[in-house]
Design a binder for this molecule. Structure first.
Ligand code: HEM
Length: 131
């Protein structure tokens, strides 16, 4: 029977980024390591620095032992909800929307610069004819 696991978005996990409340996301799983920070042999700062992102590479790069990986499982509180966009994707899509809005405004108000140029040409033409 499949085990039911609580799902967390990256946004939600990234809000737990302090010494008093620290979650890390490693290999698609979410770990609440708050209680372990003081005991972590690598120090608390490296773990806090690994919050708010996929910390799999940081964790692997530190070359953790098999026993460290077993210990890690005792802090697992759920899994990453991969159907929700990552933080950076949300930012990217809002940037795209802003660019789109700017394009729409440009299309809507193209008449303004065209009118300014047209009037300037007309005034210049009339001025030259007077002379
Ligand atoms: C649930 C999460 C974690 C657990 C249970 C854990 C556990 C451990 C343990 C037991 C060690 C001692 C060496 C070993 O047995 O492998 C260690 C070392 C270390 N850990 Fe973690 N760790 C965790 C997360 C992290 C994260 C996210 C980082 C981020 C970079 C990190 C960085 C390090 C480093 C740099 C060392 C080496 C310390 C040294 O040898 O001076 N750990 N960790």
């Amino acid at each position: 029977m499949p085990t039911l696991s609580k799902l967390y978005t990256m946004q939600e996990a990234s809000e737990h980024n302090t010494k008093e409340d620290c979650w890390v996301v490693i290999d698609g799983k979410v770990y609440d390591v708050t209680a372990y920070l003081d005991e972590h042999p690598g120090g608390d700062d490296v773990v806090i620095a690994a919050t708010g992102k996929d910390a799999t590479d940081d964790f692997e790069d530190a070359g953790h032992s098999k026993s460290a990986k077993e210990l890690m499982e005792t802090f697992c509180i759920g899994e990453l909800d991969t159907s929700a966009p990552a933080v950076s994707e949300v930012e990217i899509s809002s940037k795209k929307q802003n660019a789109q809005k700017l394009m729409d405004l440009t299309k809507q108000y193209w008449v303004v610069p065209v009118a300014v140029v047209g009037i300037s040409v007309l005034v210049g033409f009339l001025y030259l004819r007077k002379k």
